[in-house]
Design a protein. Structure first.
Lengths: 682, 482
């Protein structure tokens, strides 16, 4: 059994609850527990990678499957390393903050989930931990609970949920097509089933889901909002590791679902280039330290995805692209760790991230300046740092493909160099503003605790080591990762110091210098109240989210909601209307006989003319009088009685005679008489 | 065999006894007695579940109208859900009903409706199931009416009208079917060839029984009845009693008629259309709804139609997905209503806008609420994810053309709306905007109220984590249905 692999995932989860329990008594101890756990996971991860490299583990009862080879091992180590560094800094960062216990709880949960994602050997496991990671990291974004943080959190969780659902649809389709989700056998299963429209739908659904997490255009909207508002140690992880979980998924599609597929390659390339340029441009405009770094992440993801698309497009000759992309991922992870932790260190004492207020803050703080410079140089791709190696490899792969594919790719190459130039420009802008210029931030004291200093030093070291040992270390690491994206090994060694390779970086640096001096120094700095101020002409309103997504979603929900609300009430309305109509009909049916009776009475059955009844019946009265006389009755009793009887009789007969029935009776009698006459007489 | 009858009769008898407990002075003694009754019933259910399939002799009223019980796999499945659900809700109700009048009446009708539910689950033929189905409606209506307010009376009337109208529609179908085939349940169905009239009858029956399951067009009673009923009643109505409609549909479609006969007919198309419409409609209405319980009621409308979607695929995989969804929806929806009830009981808050910052005051309740919500949305590693996975892959496997991919798409769109209407509650509860912190006193959540909620939350998490054994059992039940 290779249970230690599972322990890597389980340990942080268990520690999270321990941390919560500890936090009930004393919140300060939470950070200790979480740092210890992160460090332990890191150590365990290295041990596992040494002693159990390439092993895999299946846990049928959970349906999980893990692997500890290649990419899985490397990124497991990178994640655990970054968590440790971030946790180390968070001791000082969170001093005086609320909800420390909550932060550490979710920090560890997310570590467990992230380890799960990177160690997963099938996409089902990946997805499960991916979703846990999305939702637990939400708490980081809203940790401060400001209005800004809540708004960013809303965008973050919306995109995460949406991405998760679409990716799930992709997995449903993939499972339906291939019958397996195991990464290693996926390619054979896909080739066996052949390419179909369904496969492309599936791949693009997955791209949507993983791309959303990676921060790929057009799903990047959460990234520049969420990274700046999260606490700095969390931003480092959001930016450095969580985006890579998205890239991991895209690499799986590249290497195992749509291997060497041109449609896939070009689509990804287009999206990647837009992301790369857009992020860099936004970063140049930004006047907030962490927002600049967040936009930079966006841009760097674009660089990485450009590399990924090159892996696909170059097919058999993708050695440069594959090695470059993997190294770029590691580089970006660590660079963002350094820079965000440095930003955190700055925020701890300056309590602001606004460049105009930070101006001059870094003067006389050489330790921080050196750390920041290492990160900036590696990000910009200055020779001697890890970023140079990775950027050169990806750049050379584009050059290589441009030989085959012509001008379009040459345009991509120039955009790549241009974005690299912008990277130089915005990092220069940050460095100059914070560490060189004089301003309001000047003279503010900063005290870093030993833990914070160690965190910063540890995180900066890999950038230099990987940069100066390209053949001995960097390429060795990336070579183990190649199978994930179906990358091929180098045919011949790359000369990193050759002029052809240095040329690309020099062009970028040149573009950066031009942009910085011509654009940033002139157009983005204005004089306000006699002071130079960085301005951001890029309005917040001018975002894809505010201009397109929110109105479209609102409109869609309103319209669709109204339609469905209509359906919701439809049965009740129909029943109401039905009852009304039925009651009208029933009432009509109920009254129909009466109606005919009334009609008949008013017409044929009505009384004939009223017959005048004589007041006194003379004959009866005379007979009565005679009787009265005979009985010598004084009162005319008989006369009155007789005349009254006769009156009634004549009244009744008159009614009988005046009646339609009597007429009918008479008619009947007549007919009968005629019949009898006919029968007997003739 | 005797135990089957006991399981049905015992709660009915208990229900009749409970009103006479009014004279007992001590509330504790009274409640202990009620709980003891429920415990005995749970033991009966457990005995049935863990023994072999049993059948009682058929009691013939006429040649067609027969009464009989049998405990097949499906009946055991429902029996398990019923007895666990009732036990947990009863524990909760002991605290919740403290402030309400006439709690004996409430407990009495709770037990009576349990008896009717058990009867419906154990019935061996369509007619006896129909009888118990009607009794479920009649016995559960007083639960809705409990507060005797004007709204609750109106709501109970609406509930009765809808359910009875649906049941009559179903009765028409039973008349027709009785001329075509045997009405005794048999796995795989009794009908060889479906005449157009029989198809129409099945359609009418599904729509009629769908009233209880909250399927469009007879879903209207759910959002009306839930807000006025006491929370334990809402929980039972929404999570379990509404499943009586599902049970009836399974028994009709799979045990009386036979799924093969219906596969690919217009009935399937029409029913799937109705279900998908209901799924989207319920979620959207829940998203727009501000009254907490009404939101949950609309959510039930949507979620039970997930089950029906799975059933109406008429495949074994579809049934498996549907049964998983029945299980996890029952767990989750009981839990959610109990959480909502705790909020009403302790703070009198009925609106979703009022939950700001309540997470800090009711940490356990809202932690469980969040976990249960994640399950309802279908986020791993909770049970809801498993059921959604099975439903979607069942649909994609089926050869239904457009519906094969439309079902998963609709399920996921609805899941997104579910996230919108449930997670927003958790977010407001746990992360109030700064400055909106209220200075309301903290009232401790009663332990007896928390126990059922925590158990349910743990169940739904474990169900998702240890998915393999759960799906194993459910898979066996599903294969026994076809």
């Amino acid at each position: 059994m290779n249970m230690p692999i599972f322990a890597l995932v389980l340990l942080p989860f268990a520690a999270a609850f321990l941390c919560r329990a500890v936090g009930r008594k004393n919140e300060e101890n939470c950070a200790v527990v979480s740092t210890a756990c992160c460090a332990l996971t890191f150590a365990l991860c290295i041990l596992c990678a040494v002693f159990a490299y390439g092993e895999s583990l299946k846990i049928p009862i959970f349906g999980f499957s893990f692997s500890l080879g290649g990419f899985h091992a490397v990124y497991g180590i990178v994640s655990a390393f970054m968590w440790s560094a971030s946790a180390l800094l968070s001791h000082q960062y969170f001093k005086g903050h609320h909800n420390k216990s909550r932060y550490n709880f979710f920090l560890l949960l997310t570590l467990g989930a992230t380890m799960g994602v990177f160690l997963s050997a099938d996409l089902f496991t990946t997805f499960i931990f991916f979703e846990i990671m999305s939702f637990t990291s939400y708490v980081w974004v809203v940790q401060e609970q400001t209005d800004e943080a809540m708004a960013a959190g809303k965008t973050y969780i919306t995109i995460a949920a949406l991405g998760g659902m679409v990716a799930l649809m992709g997995l449903f389709l993939l499972y339906n097509i291939t019958g397996t989700l195991e990464i290693d056998v996926l390619y054979e299963a896909v080739s066996a089933s052949g390419k179909s429209a369904k496969l492309y739908v599936c791949a693009f659904c997955l791209l949507f889901g993983f791309g959303a997490k990676a921060g790929m255009f057009p799903l990047h909207i959460w990234l520049p909002k969420a990274h700046p508002v999260a606490p700095a140690p969390a931003s480092a992880l959001l930016s450095g590791v969580l985006t890579k979980a998205g890239v991991f998924g895209i690499l799986v599609i590249t290497g195992h679902i749509l291997r060497d597929d041109k449609i896939w390659g070009y689509t990804l390339l287009a999206l990647a280039v837009v992301t790369m340029v857009l992020g860099a441009v936004l970063a140049v405009f930004s006047v907030n330290l962490k927002r600049t770094l967040a936009c930079s992440s966006l841009s760097q993801i674009g660089f990485i995805l450009t590399g990924v698309s090159m892996i696909t497009l170059l097919g058999e000759e993708n050695a440069l692209a594959a090695n470059g992309t993997f190294l770029y991922m590691i580089n970006h992870s660590v660079v963002k760790l350094v820079l965000f932790l440095a930003a955190g260190a700055i925020y701890m004492s300056a309590h602001t991230l606004d460049l105009n207020k930070l101006r001059g803050f870094g003067r006389g703080k050489p330790f921080l300046a050196v750390i920041f410079l290492v990160g900036a140089c590696s990000l910009a791709g200055v020779p001697g740092f890890c970023g140079y190696i990775s950027k050169t490899l990806v750049h050379e792969s584009i050059v290589e493909y441009a030989h085959h594919a012509g001008t379009l790719i040459t345009v991509v190459e120039w955009l790549f160099l241009f974005s690299g130039g912008l990277t130089v420009a915005y990092m220069t802008k940050l460095f100059v503003a914070i560490f060189i210029e004089k301003g309001s931030g000047d003279g503010k004291k900063m005290k870093l605790s030993l833990a914070s200093k160690l965190a910063l030093i540890f995180s900066a070291i890999p950038l230099i080591v990987l940069g100066i040992l390209p053949h001995a270390l960097s390429e060795k690491i990336t070579q183990t990762m190649l199978p994930l994206a179906n990358g091929h090994a180098f045919h011949h060694a790359v000369e990193y110091t050759a002029w052809a390779n240095l040329k690309g970086v020099l062009i970028s640096l040149l573009i950066g210098a031009v942009v910085y001096f011509v654009f940033v120094r002139t157009l983005l700095i204005k004089r306000k109240d006699g002071r130079k101020t960085y301005i951001c002409p890029w309005s917040d309103k001018l975002s894809l989210e505010n201009l397109v997504y929110v109105p479209v979603c609102k409109g869609f929900i309103a319209a669709f909601g109204a339609l469905l609300a209509f359906f919701d009430k439809l049965p009740e309305r129909l029943i109401g209307a039905g009852i009304f109509v039925l009651s009208v009909i029933c009432r009509a049916a109920d009254d129909v006989t009466d109606f005919f009776a009334l009609l008949l009475r008013k017409t044929v059955l009505g009384d004939t003319k009223e017959i005048q009844v004589r007041h006194k019946h003379r004959v009866a009265y005379a007979v009565g009088s005679v009787l009265d006389k005979l009985t010598s009755s004084e009162e005319h009793t008989h006369a009155k009685k007789f005349s009254r009887v006769m009156e009634t009789v004549s009244h009744t007969t008159s009614r009988i005679f005046g009646n339609f029935s009597f007429a009918l009776l008479m008619a009947c009698l007549g007919i009968c008489t005629i019949l009898l006459l006919l029968i007997f007489v003739f | 065999m005797f135990i089957l009858v006991m399981a049905v009769v015992f709660p009915l008898v208990c229900g009749l006894i409970v009103p006479f407990l009014k004279n007992i002075e001590s509330r504790k003694a009274k409640l202990s007695l009620v709980i003891a009754m429920q415990a005995v019933e749970s033991v009966f259910c457990a005995l049935i579940i863990f023994s072999q399939t049993m059948r009682t002799g058929v009691f013939k009223i006429t040649d067609v109208i027969t009464l009989g019980f049998s405990s097949d796999m499906l009946a055991k499945f429902f029996l398990g859900i019923i007895c666990v659900g009732w036990l947990l809700v009863l524990l909760y109700a002991c605290v919740y009903m403290k402030h309400e009048k006439d709690e004996e009446r409430f407990f009495s009708f709770m037990l009576l409706s349990e008896g009717a539910m058990v009867g419906a689950a154990l019935s061996a033929g369509l007619v006896s199931m129909y009888v118990f189905y009607e009794f479920v409606t009649l016995f559960s209506a007083p639960l809705v009416i409990h507060s005797l307010s004007k709204e609750s009376v109106a709501a109970a009337k609406k509930y009765l009208y809808y359910s009875v109208a649906g049941a009559f529609a179903a009765l028409f179908g039973i008349f027709v079917l009785s001329g075509e085939c045997s009405l005794e349940f048999a796995a795989g169905g009794n009908l060889e060839n479906a005449s157009p009239l029989a198809l129409a009858a099945v359609f009418v029956m599904c729509v009629g029984f769908g009233a209880k399951a909250g399927m469009f067009p007879l879903h209207g009673w759910l959002p009306t009845a839930h807000p006025v009923a006491p929370a334990p009643a809402s929980a039972l109505l929404s999570a379990i009693i509404a499943k009586a409609g599902v049970l009836a549909i399974i028994r009709t479609v799979f045990f009386t008629v036979g799924a093969d006969v219906l596969f690919g007919t217009w009935v399937q198309t029409a029913l799937l259309c109705l279900c998908l419409l209901t799924v989207l409609m319920g979620s959207m209405m829940a998203y727009r709804e501000k009254v907490f319980k009404k939101r949950l009621a609309y959510s039930t409308v949507s979620q039970i139609s997930y089950v029906l979607c799975g059933l109406f695929l008429f495949t074994e995989a579809g049934v498996e997905g549907a049964l998983l969804q029945i299980l996890f929806h029952a767990i989750v929806k009981v839990g959610l209503f109990l959480c909502c009830g705790a909020l009403i009981f302790l703070y009198g808050k009925t609106n979703v806008d009022e939950v700001h910052g309540m997470g800090r005051k009711m940490p356990v309740t809202f932690s469980c609420f969040t976990l249960l919500s994640l399950s309802l949305i279908g986020i791993p590693p909770t049970g809801g994810f498993i059921s959604k996975w099975y439903l979607a892959s069942a649909s994609l496997e089926s050869s239904l053309g457009v519906f094969a991919w439309l079902v998963p798409v609709v399920l996921l769109a609805s899941a997104l709306l579910t996230a919108g209407y449930l997670l927003s509650i958790s977010i407001h509860a746990f992360f109030p905007r700064e400055g909106s912190a209220q200075t309301m006193e903290i009232r401790k959540e009663p332990v007896l109220m928390l126990i059922p909620i925590v158990i349910l939350a743990i169940l739904c998490l474990l169900g998702g984590l240890f998915a393999a054994p759960v799906t194993d059992i459910i898979g066996r039940i599903a294969s026994s249905v076809m």
